[in-house]
Design a binder for this molecule. Structure first.
Ligand code: ZN
Length: 300
């Protein structure tokens, strides 16, 4: 796994990319994702950023990219991405064509973005040394990844995505961005916390602000954090009973508030996981911070 590689983390809000060597990122670049300008504009933005990285990294002949949504890694297509508003696009083919015209001929590989973050953590972060690792990435939405023995699954459905964020937890629950009701993402994402804050504060508060206030003893903020933890725990218990991970890694912006999240999550896992004494699962926070996706993508 030595040598310099290039990884791209294409998100619904920002695109991150950089040169990755032994799990560390250099020459990192971050762009706003021009989602509203359409598919072509996003491709243009990625190609422009890659021009600079390719110049710094002449040995790179393959670029890995994490993309949110259901991804068919073998066909190189984005089947469905509600964040980007794409359906059934030949992303790899279009990206390779664009790069060969504007930069130089390189291969492109894609996988689900949270799956890439999980791979990054499995190889160089909090998941090192574990055979079975599940990851929740909590940001605008809730992403999921599952890595076994340091490798993402390669069959068509395994490579598509683990959609932990859309576990249905309430039959008549809140509306989710995906159009369904009661999904984990509608309760345990940074966006959900921000939306809920409107009912308790005069102006919307970011999840980061809510966690800070909760730590300072603000009861309203503590209620919102409590709600996030209740649903996150329920979601993590379900995933543990189904996939039997040895470790659950919590990533995304909220992982900066590990002190408020991990003790409670661990306690709920102990109570909720079937046969916990025989198959324990440890909750930890991501180590690669917001670079996990870029790192993992580089090692696709
Ligand atoms: Zn949903």
């Amino acid at each position: 796994m030595g040598g310099k590689k290039i990884g791209v983390d294409l998100g619904g809000t920002v695109i991150k990319m950089g040169i990755v060597e032994e799990g560390s990122v250099s020459e990192e670049m971050v762009f706003d994702t021009p989602v509203s300008e359409g598919y072509g504009a996003v491709l243009d933005c990625i190609a422009e950023g890659l021009g600079k990285l390719l110049a710094h990294c002449p040995e790179a002949d393959c670029i890995g990219m994490g993309v949110p949504g259901l991804i068919d890694s073998r066909q190189g297509t984005v089947c469905y991405s509600n964040n980007l508003g794409w359906e059934n696009v030949s992303f790899v083919q279009d990206m390779e064509k664009k790069l060969s015209m504007e930069q130089r001929a390189v291969k492109v590989k894609i996988a689900n973005d949270a799956q890439c973050a999980a791979l990054g953590e499995a190889l160089y972060g909090a998941g090192r040394g574990y055979g079975r690792m599940a990851m929740f990435t909590i940001g605008t939405g809730v992403g999921g990844g599952f890595i076994r023995d340091g490798k993402p699954e390669s069959d068509r459905y395994g490579s598509m995505a683990y959609i932990f964020g859309h576990e249905a937890l309430e039959s008549k629950g809140r509306m989710c961005n995906c159009g369904r009701q009661g999904c984990l993402e509608a309760y345990a994402s940074a966006e959900a916390v921000k939306k809920r804050s409107v009912s308790l504060y005069e102006t919307p508060q970011s999840a980061k602000e809510i966690f800070e206030k909760a730590r300072e003893g603000d009861v309203r903020a503590q209620c919102l954090v409590e709600e996030l933890l209740e649903y996150l725990s329920r979601g993590a218990v379900n995933i543990s009973n189904i996939l039997r991970p040895e470790v659950i890694v919590i990533g995304g912006g909220v992982s900066a508030s590990a002190d408020l999240i991990l003790p409670r999550l661990q306690e709920e896992l102990k109570k909720g996981v079937y046969g916990y004494a025989y198959a324990p699962v440890t909750a930890v926070c991501a180590e690669l911070k917001n670079q996990a996706g870029t790192v993992g993508a580089a090692y696709l």
